[in-house]
Design a protein around this ligand. Structure first.
Ligand code: SAH
Ligand code: SF4
Ligand code: F3S
Length: 442
């Protein structure tokens, strides 16, 4: 057994990076690393980066600059960059910041133990390949850490859609689905370790088409139904979906699979058909609205969530008004909205940009509307009784926080509540970002 060393991982970006950071910690466990939550205590610092918006690479370089002092004080400290910036920048990182020891792209994480050995031999290690071998299979061989009642599980990775603004197809690579049996094994293992809610992850999770046991491709709906048969798994969620992959069987599953929670993140990006076309989204506003009608017919109480980009190149005031109209037509319970940010290497980066003040003004107007909708839906929860999966202690003594089926954060104070408990809670108050409740019957 190698000597024990401390690993600090800082995770940026999406939920898949959270999942990946857990796998990286497990992969490095075999090289003697245990996780710490203090950077100044670490023998290795890994930045798991995101490239989606703004000057992502520049932010990583300034973060690396801040780590210089730690490295000077502890020359044996290893510094690594993982994630989507590592994939996009590659060798450039080692050139611009020579104190970096390790650069690893998302498809090479299973090779981390070999890379750690190279670092121990005083070398640097760079791997941004898209290897043939099965990353997930190799990562799954590693001993697992203890965990709380909720977990992410990557079932699909990469994207073939090439929206004109997006770096993901370049940083994560082509769309790949994991075989159903492997996903089910990983889910059973999580449940055996106390997990009660699993969120299936993929950049295009509803495009899932993993090999089934008979060699036929399983849809996401079929996978969800099989997960629903796992005893002890109380809740299933999935994210992120593309409107064009929202198949009939998945919509039907929302009405039939009890464990599938009534929350759906279905980004539309814009309400203008002209902009959607320029974005290469391959759906229009009307088809999106019809889709939501069908989803609501299957599951009337579903809470809709989405993503929006304002100020995409060529977006006019009229286009933006179309986005506001679409938002009014849908009624979202939760949304993410962003100013368009040109990403190097994407088709939209070649186009003339909308002025910064215009973007800022549109974002403020959109966010005001989204916040209003979110608040109204949240306030309407007051008086209702909903099952809450409690996850961790809250800020006040005796308080626990968890999630409603609609993914609202809910806090309640009661004796004997433990992480992993699912209890009926009567919602009594609605604050900006959470709900307060009391156990039903108390
Ligand atoms: N695969 C998902 C999410 C991808 S990234 C999907 O297809 O919906 C998450 C969100 O970031 C996107 O939905 C989009 O709203 C936003 N985003 C992506 N690229 C962006 C860019 N260049 N500028 C601003 N926002 C962007
Ligand atoms: Fe990016 Fe579009 Fe793929 Fe989503 S569907 S990851 S926005 S290219
Ligand atoms: Fe960011 Fe990569 Fe996720 S760019 S959003 S970390 S897929």
């Amino acid at each position: 057994m190698a000597e024990t060393r401390k690993l600090y991982i800082k995770t940026y970006g999406c939920q898949m990076n959270v999942y990946d950071s857990e796998r990286m910690a497990e992969a490095l466990g075999g090289s003697g690393y245990v996780q710490t939550d203090r950077a100044d205590d670490a023998d290795m610092i890994l930045l798991n980066t995101c490239h989606i918006r703004e000057k992502a690479a520049e932010k990583v370089y300034s973060e690396l600059g801040r780590l210089k002092g730690l490295k000077a004080a502890k020359p044996d400290l290893k510094i690594g960059v993982a994630g989507c910036v590592a994939q996009a920048e590659g060798e450039e990182i080692l050139r611009r910041q020579p104190m970096v020891d390790l650069v690893v792209g998302p498809q090479a994480y299973h090779r981390l133990p070999d890379m750690a050995a190279r670092l121990d031999a005083g070398q640097t290690a760079l791997d941004t390949d898209f290897p043939e071998e099965d990353k997930f299979e190799r990562l799954a061989e590693r001993p697992k850490a203890a965990r709380g009642p909720t977990a992410f599980l990557t079932v699909q990775e990469g994207c073939d859609k090439f929206c004109a603004f997006c770096v993901v197809p370049y940083t994560r690579g082509a769309e790949v689905s994991r075989p159903a049996a492997r996903v089910l094994d990983e889910a059973r293992d999580l449940v055996a370790r106390g997990v009660r809610e699993i969120t299936l992850l993929g950049q295009n999770v509803n495009a899932y088409h993993g090999a089934g046991p008979e060699g036929d491709a399983w849809s996401l709906a079929r996978l969800i139904r099989a997960l629903g048969d796992i005893e002890g798994l109380a809740r299933i969620r999935y994210t992120t979906s593309h409107p064009n992959d929202m198949t009939d069987d998945l919509i039907v599953a929302h009405g039939e699979v009890e464990q599938l929670m009534p929350y759906l993140h279905l980004p539309v990006q814009s309400g203008s058909d002209r902009v959607l076309k320029a974005m290469n989204r391959k759906h229009d506003a009307a088809s999106y609205l019809r889709l939501i009608e069908r989803i609501r017919a299957a599951r009337p109480d579903i809470l809709m969530s989405g993503d929006f980009i304002v100020g995409f190149p060529g977006e006019t005031d009229a286009d933006f008004e179309d986005t506001l109209s679409l938002v009014r037509a849908v009624g979202y319970g939760q949304c993410y909205s962003f100013k368009y940010s040109a990403r190097p290497g994407t088709p939209a980066a070649e186009r003339a940009e909308v002025a910064e003040e215009v973007k800022a003004e549109r974002l403020a107007r959109l966010q005001a509307l989204l916040t209003e909708q979110q608040r109204a839906i949240q306030d309407a929860m007051v008086g209702r009784v909903v099952p809450v999966l409690f996850e961790k202690p809250g800020r006040l003594a005796g308080q626990m926080v968890g999630k409603s089926p609609y993914l609202h954060a809910v806090h309640a104070t009661a004796e004997g509540l433990a992480p992993g408990d699912i209890r009926d809670v009567r919602i009594v108050e609605s604050a900006p970002n959470s709900l307060g409740g009391v156990l039903a019957g108390q």
